[in-house]
Structures are given as structure tokens and as C-alpha cells.
Design a protein around this ligand. Structure first.
Ligand SMILES: NC(=O)c1ccc[n+]([C@@H]2O[C@H](COP(=O)([O-])OP(=O)(O)OC[C@H]3O[C@@H](n4cnc5c(N)ncnc54)[C@H](O)[C@@H]3O)[C@@H](O)[C@H]2O)c1
Length: 252
């Protein structure tokens, strides 16, 4: 469909070699974008995945980036400008999650969470935002979480980081919109990825019972929302929004 075409666009996806990020990277490439699949310490695995996509006709390259590290993010930005040219679309998909009761939550764990989920999005966005503004075109998509809205036990740090990302999205959209740069977020419900792999069957059953959908989502049920927000025409009138493919976990 023409209104969702990414032909001629370059997209950077952090966390692009796993889970939700990988699904987004694949869908963007299938819709014509050149995609930079950013990985964290997984050069071999990411290259293998990219090679498979390239074999299927996709235009995908990989890049290493620790989103918490200013110098690493700067290297990514400089490499992209030098080797790829302008970046039109950025997906801040990198994230971590942990369960810690608040009374046991250390400063170190709080800072680790903020560093990846919030500071990381800030650093990577800062790297590409001005270029998008100068070219008067850009699409920034932050992967938040439905827990930004509803919260949950033992995850005050995670929920705060994701709620911060929603605020970041709204605030930055005011600065981007006059220059054709849209900033939006996606707040998925629980999705079957490595992030949820460690949880017990009891926990999963309890979660299923709370979800109107009665199941966790699949990565391919999240990526189309990113495609909508990333597209030139279909996504143009979404400004500062947080869209919620969440199985009914939160209804806004
Ligand atoms: N799976 C879910 O239920 C769910 C629900 C809501 C939101 N999310 C969010 O979706 C995003 C993707 O998560 P996922 O579920 O696909 O899990 P995932 O573990 O597959 O993806 C997380 C990605 O972040 C990357 N990452 C972690 N630390 C990094 C760092 N310092 N620098 C660069 N990259 C780093 C990891 O390498 C990985 O690729 C995350 O932001 C997560 O919080 C996930």
C-alpha cells in the first residue's frame, strides 16, 4: 500500500536484531527501507540475520551500539552519515526489564534501567534529531510499554523509565513537528520475546487471565504500528502519540 511505503528511506532500529526490534526491522525492509539493525554485543548473530534478509532481497546492514554510551552512539551517528547518508527514521527499541521489589531496589539497578531505557533513547535521538530537522523530515518512534500507564508490582524502575519515555515523546514532538519530524511512541502489552522468557508458567497464567486477549502478543502484532508511524503519508498526522497494541491490557 503506497501510504505505508518506506521506499527511499533509511531507518535505524536499536535493539534491531531481537524481538520487537527485529520484527520492525524486517517489516521496514519489506516495505522498501534501507535498515540499520543495531545490536549490542552480538555482531555475529546480527550479521547472520541481516545476511538472511539480504538474501531475500532486503537492504539491511548491521551496526554495533551501546545506547548508554555517548561515544558509542556518536560513532553510530558518524558512521551512518558517512556510510549511509541521511537517516529518516529512528526506532528506539533497545530496552531492559527486571523485577525487583521496591524495598530491595538498589541505586545501581535504578540507574541501569534509566540508562538503557531512557538515557539511551535520549542519546540516540539527540544524535539524529538535528539532521532530521535540517532536512525537514523525520520519524522517531520510541518503544515504551503499557506499564507506563498501569504500573505493576516489583517494577517501579521499569515503569518509571517507560513513563519517562512517554513524556519525552510528547515534549520532543513539539520541537520536531514544525520541521516535519514526528515523534511518537508505542506502548505494547506483554509480547512473547526473550524479555518474558524467564517468567514462570504461574506468572504467565496469571497474566493471561488479566488480559482481555487471553494471551501474550506476538512481535509481528506490534511491528505494523511502527510501520504506520514511520510512513511518510500514513504517519504524518500522528504527533506525540503513544499507540497501544496491548491485547486490551490498558484501554485509553
Ligand atoms: N516483550 C514485552 O513484553 C514488552 C512489552 C512492552 C515493551 N517492551 C519493550 O520493547 C522493547 C524491545 O524488547 P523485546 O521484548 O523485543 O526484548 P529483547 O530483549 O528482545 O529486546 C531488547 C533489545 O535491547 C537491546 N539492548 C539492551 N541493552 C542495550 C544497550 N545498552 N545498548 C543497546 N541495545 C541494548 C538488547 O540487545 C535487545 O536487542 C524494549 O524497549 C522493551 O522494554 C517489551
Amino acid at each position: 500500500m503506497e501510504s505505508f511505503s518506506l521506499k527511499g528511506k533509511t531507518a535505524v532500529v536499536t535493539g534491531g536484531n531481537t524481538g520487537i526490534g527485529f520484527s520492525i526491522a524486517k517489516l521496514f525492509a519489506a516495505n522498501g527501507a534501507r535498515v540499520v539493525m543495531c545490536h549490542f554485543n552480538d555482531q555475529e548473530g546480527a550479521r547472520e540475520l541481516a545476511a538472511q534478509l539480504v538474501q531475500q532481497g532486503a537492504d539491511v546492514v548491521t551496526a554495533e551500539c551501546d545506547v548508554t554510551d555517548e561515544a558509542s552512539v556518536q560513532r553510530l551517528g558518524e558512521w551512518a552519515i558517512h556510510d549511509l547518508g541521511p537517516v529518516d527514521i529512528l526506532v528506539n527499541g533497545a530496552g531492559i526489564c527486571s523485577e525487583v521489589p521496591f524495598s530491595q531496589l538498589s541505586v545501581k539497578e535504578w540507574d541501569r534501567m534509566m540508562s538503557v531505557n531512557l538515557r539511551g533513547a535520549f542519546l540516540v535521538t539527540r544524535q539524529f534529531f538535528d539532521g532530521m530537522k535540517e532536512r525537514r523530515y523525520g520519524r522517531i518512534i520510541n518503544i515504551a510499554s503499557q506499564l507506563a500507564y498501569k504500573g505493576t508490582t516489583d517494577a517501579a524502575h521499569y515503569c518509571a523509565s517507560k513513563a519517562g519515555l512517554v513524556g519525552f515523546t510528547r515534549a520532543l514532538s513539539y520541537e520536531g513537528a514544525p520541521f516535519g519530524v514526528t515523534v511518537n511512541a508505542i506502548a505494547p502489552g506483554p509480547v512473547e520475546t526473550a524479555m518474558l522468557a524467564g517468567f514462570t508458567d504461574e506468572w504467565r497464567a496469571m497474566k493471561f487471565s488479566q488480559l482481555p486477549a487471553g494471551r501474550f502478543g506476538k512481535v509481528d502484532e506490534i511491528a505494523p504500528t511502527a510501520l504506520l508511524l514511520a510512513s511518510e503519508t500514513g504517519g504524518a498526522y500522528f504527533i506525540g502519540q503513544t499507540l497501544s497494541p496491548n491485547g486490551g491490557d490498558v484501554m485509553l
